[in-house]
Every structure is written in C-alpha cells, then in structure tokens.
Design a binder for this molecule. Structure first.
Ligand code: SRM
Ligand code: SF4
Length: 531
C-alpha cells in the first residue's frame, strides 16, 4: 500500500490532489477530444498539467502554441526520426523550432492542439514517444553520447538505457505503475571514464566500477581468485531545485549490468510508495533519504529488489576529464569517425534538422546523437568521406571548431517560452559571449551555463561560471539580473559550484565576467587593433 493511499486528501498539495482525482496518463485516451475542443475550451487541469504526461506542455507565454518534450533514450535517434520531428515543426513557420535539452533530448515548439492526433501517429510510425516526459515522471534517461564508438569505454550504455526506458514507460505506451511519483525523477548511466552524463546531479546514477569477485569454491576445492567483475556503483539523491541543490550520494551498492533495470525498478517503487508528498518543495528523492537515513533506504530498496545487494566496489572508474565531443574523433571501428557539431545554445529550426538528417544519411549510417551540452554528434563517417563532409555549408552554422567560450556555452529555455523565467537567456547568452570574445583572448574553453531561474535547468552548478536569472533593483527600477556561481567541476571528482555573487544587473554583467575570466581563467585583453 502506498503512503499516498493512507494520506487524507486534506493534507495533500494541489498537485497530489489532481493526480488522485485522475491519473495524468488518462489523457492519452482523450487526445482526439481535446483536439476537437481546442485549447481554450479544455479543462484547465488537463491542459496545464495532465497533458505533460504525454509530453505536451501548455506555455502561458505563448498560449495555444504548445511545447512537446520527446524521449530520446541515450540521446540517439535516426535520420528518419529527425526528419519526422522537423516535419512536425515545419508547418508552424516562425513559431516552430526545436531545442536540444540538457538531458540529451529534444523539445518541439509551436505545436497546436488540433494537430496532436496526427502528430502522435507520425511519432508512433517511427518508434518515437513523448510519453511521461514531464511532471511527476521519470525524465529522459541519459547515457554516454559516444557509447559503442569510444575505444576507451568500459561499457556500451545504449541497450541498458533503452531497457530502462522500456520498463519505465511500458515500451513507450505509458506505464501507470510509475505515472504518479511524488516528483520528477532523473536516471543516468555512464559506461565511459569521463562521467559524460553528470552522474552526480541525478536522482539515480550508475557509474562504472570493477568488483573483486568472491572466490568460487566447489565441494572440497580451494578458493580460486577470479578476475574482477564489471558493473556499476550506484549513486542516489542528486538534484537541483529552487529550494535546495545536492550532489548524489553513494548507496553502497554495486550491481552487474544485468541487474540495473531491476534496481531502477526497486528504487522507483520505494520512491513512489514512500516518497514525501505533503510539501512539493520537499518531494525529491533526497528528502526521503534524509528522513530515513541511507541505511534504511538501502534496506527498503533491497527488499523490493528481492535479493541481497552487494556493497559498492572500492572505487569507480571515472578518472578522466569530461570531454565535449565537439570536433572530429576516431571511432573504435577502424576507418570510421564521429563528428561533434556545435549547436549554439541547442536551438534548431526545421531546415537545420532536415540538413542534419541528410548529413547523417549521406556521410554516416543515418544515426544522430545528442549531448547534455546541447550539441549533435554524427557517427560512422568513413575516412574517405570526411574531407567532403567538412566542406558542407551547414558546418558554418554548426561548426566543429567553435571559439573557446562559445564551445562550452549551455543555456536553458528562459523567458522566450518558460513562464518560470526571471530573465531572457538563450539570446542573451549568445550576445554576451560574442561581446566577451571581441574583448578577450582565451587559451582554453570556459564552461559558462545560463539558467533563467533557480530551478537550474541550465545546470549553473556544474559550470566554471554559472549564471542564474534573478530580479534586481537599480535606481528604483526592477531589472533582469543574475546570481553568479563558480567552482562547478565535471568529469572525475565532480563537484557542484556555489554562488559567489548575487544580484548583478544583466546590463552591468560584461565587465564582471571579463574580470572573472581574466583573474580565474587566464584570459587576456586583446591588443587594440593598429590604426
Ligand atoms: Fe527543467 C521545470 C526546461 C532540465 C530542474 N524545466 C521545467 C519546465 C518544464 C518549467 C515549465 O513548465 O516551463 C521547463 C520547460 C521550459 C520550456 O518551455 O522549455 C524546463 N528543464 C528544461 C530544459 C528544456 C532546459 C533546457 O533548455 O535544456 C531541460 C529539459 C530536460 C529534458 O529533456 O527532460 C530541463 N530541469 C532540467 C534539469 C537538468 C538535468 O536534468 O540535468 C534540472 C535540474 C536537475 C534536477 O531536476 O534535479 C531541471 N526543471 C527543473 C525544476 C526544479 C525541480 C525541483 O525539484 O524543484 C523545474 C520546476 C519543477 O519541476 O517544478 C523544472
Ligand atoms: Fe524555465 Fe527556470 Fe528551467 Fe530556465 S531554469 S527552463 S527559466 S524553469
């Protein structure tokens, strides 16, 4: 029995109340009805909240033009799928665009409710789903963007990520077992050495680790040591929210790959049935871990898992600096390369998506990959085609060789479409970088992340310099401003950055950033051009 079932509705917050009245997934059967009713006549709770269970987000900033959040497991899609996504937004003209998200995913914009039945049909035909991608569900599951390509990887995450998604979503059809979690839930799995998925900021993360095998012994035999087994150490409870940000903590569990899906299920069941639901600000997994202590949490997970869990391996295998994959790289398959294209702040339009799909087909194997840095990778490009590939005009826009500040720029959606935003982000991020690069010379990339409000979708806490939107008062006026974060470290020994300065008006930001880049990151003022 769930805690929810034993809690009186009077003590539930408004989200728990509407979920108890009608499960979010129920809207899946009502799409035709909504399409003929239109967005203005629909029940408001269905429109503003429950539609998110099928990945459709009402946008108060652009009423009637919805956002659709897909699920792209491990960030991998085919050129055919990319083309369908492009077709979906193409019909919306200037309103239609797409964003690559910080969870290796795609969001489409401009969607009209009357088109939903046809859109869902098109998605289904190419095996794409947007189900349970918002609200109190498991988000897109992230994996290594170069899984299966990287000669140094320890484990190819692709199949496992797909299996987790299939379990969570009932193969994309929707799964009512996990459609009423206390809050959102993030899962990541990495098989490489550089923690490409930011394991530490997920509710549940798997990082590669070798476990000394227990010596095997038959009757009357000596114990024989065997070679270490490959698997994953498990981290739990990482999250960002406006109220609190925490890095994930070790669960003291090691699992072999074949137990990963079952462990995800066990953790989700514990969270679903015991997670705190009264106060929505305290409903993420870490709050439950705090309340119980990690030992009790582990014991409950073990009970659901149904067999003894092994303790964590002594160390994990994350020992590299994080790579961004922008540029040309050799694959483990002889004669093949993957090419990382830089997509400024992740923003794509239909024509870009058609072009990326074409490049993937003509030069690669038709596969396209996305990264948590909001960029694209095209794998499987043969040596003999590489030179011609690099002359393609679209590489002027999505370059393999961006300038050092542009290269690592990440930005959340911001005020253009998000009603939580306190500031405009994506355009401002690009303009600021351009202005900084005009003044400064850099010798290495600096990871600058923008996020429009304290929800931290743009992950300012993982950046070298994180900028979080806020409102500030200056000369009696309220202006857009930022709080500045520094010290985020990614890859090995990842750690979260912290706020170093609050309330800088955006109009005064440039000299502040210049100073930070000079004093902390070795930037130098450019010599004035000779007249
Ligand atoms: Fe987020 C809510 C966009 C990654 C923490 N996030 C939202 C909403 C849905 C709010 C809304 O309804 O407007 C934003 C939609 C705006 C729009 O129109 O695009 C939104 N979040 C995003 C995306 C698109 C940012 C981006 O530009 O890449 C990312 C989509 C990921 C995906 O594909 O699923 C996105 N959001 C994140 C991350 C980063 C991550 O997962 O690594 C975080 C911090 C990590 C975490 O969740 O622990 C994040 N988003 C939030 C929160 C704070 C959660 C909390 O526990 O309080 C909210 C607010 C909420 O859920 O109530 C939120
Ligand atoms: Fe919106 Fe805030 Fe998330 Fe940016 S950080 S997408 S402004 S909720």
């Amino acid at each position: 029995m769930t805690d929810l079932a034993t809690t009186t509705t009077a003590s539930l917050n408004k989200f728990e109340k509407f979920k108890a009245e009608k499960d979010g997934l129920a809207v899946k059967a009502e799409i035709e009805k909504f399409a003929s009713l239109g967005w203005e006549a629909m029940d408001e709770t269905d429109r503003d909240h429950r539609l998110k269970w099928v990945g459709v987000f009402f946008r108060p900033v652009t009423p009637g033009k919805f956002m659709m959040r897909m699920r792209i497991p491990n960030g991998i899609l085919t050129s055919e799928q990319m083309r369908v996504l492009a077709e979906v937004i193409q019909r919306y003209g200037d309103d239609g665009n797409a964003d690559i998200t910080t969870r290796q995913n795609i969001q489409l914009r401009g969607i009209r409710i009357e088109d939903l039945p046809e859109i869902f049909e098109k998605l289904r035909a190419v095996d794409l789903t947007s189900v349970q991608s918002g609200m109190d569900n498991v988000r897109n599951i992230t994996g290594d963007p170069v899984a299966g390509l990287d000669a140094d990887e320890l484990f190819d995450t692709r199949e496992l990520v797909q299996q987790i998604q299939d379990m969570v979503t009932n193969r994309g059809e929707g799964n009512s077992e996990f459609s009423n979690l206390p809050r959102k839930f993030n899962i990541a799995i990495t098989g490489g050495r550089d923690n490409s998925v930011h394991a530490e900021i997920n509710d549940l993360a798997f990082v590669p680790a070798f476990k000394e095998a227990q010596g095997a012994r038959g009757a009357g035999e000596e114990i024989t040591p065997s070679s270490p087994l490959f698997g994953f150490n498990v981290l739990v409870g990482g999250f960002f929210s406006a109220k609190r940000c925490e890095a994930a903590v070790p669960l003291n569990v090691w699992v072999p790959p074949e137990d990963v899906v079952a462990l995800c299920r066990a953790v989700l069941e514990v969270f679903r049935d015991h997670g705190l639901r009264a106060n929505r600000q305290k409903a993420r997994l870490m709050w439950l871990i705090d309340e119980w202590g990690i030992e009790k949490f582990r014991t409950e997970v073990e009970q659901r898992f149904g067999k003894s869990l092994l303790g964590a391996a002594a160390r994990d295998e994350i020992d590299w600096e994080k790579r961004d994959h922008v540029g040309v790289y050799k694959q483990k398959q002889p004669g093949l390369n993957y090419v990382g294209l830089h997509v400024p702040v992740g923003r794509l339009f239909a024509e870009d998506m058609f072009e990326i799909a074409r490049l993937a087909e003509v030069y690669g194997s038709g596969e396209i990959r996305l990264t948590v840095e909001q960029n694209v990778i095209i794998p499987n490009i043969g040596d003999s085609l590489l030179e011609t590939f690099l002359t393609e005009p679209v590489l002027d826009k999505f370059t393999i060789n961006p300038t050092l500040l542009t290269r690592s720029l990440v930005s959340c959606t911001g005020a253009q479409f998000c009603n939580f935003a306190l500031i405009e982000t994506k355009n401002r991020a690009l303009e600021t970088i351009k202005a900084l690069e005009a003044e400064l010379e850099l010798t290495r990339p600096v990871r600058i992340h923008w996020t429009g409000c304290p929800n931290s979708c743009g992950q300012p806490q993982v950046a070298d310099i994180g900028l979080m939107g806020t409102k500030v008062r200056k000369n009696g006026k309220t202006l857009e401003g930022v709080d500045i974060y520094m010290g985020g470290k990614v890859g090995k020994e990842a750690q979260l950055g912290t706020c170093i300065t609050k309330g800088i008006p955006c109009e005064d930001l440039l000299p502040v950033l210049q100073e930070l880049l000079i004093s902390h990151f070795g930037a130098r003022l450019r010599e004035p051009a000779a007249v």
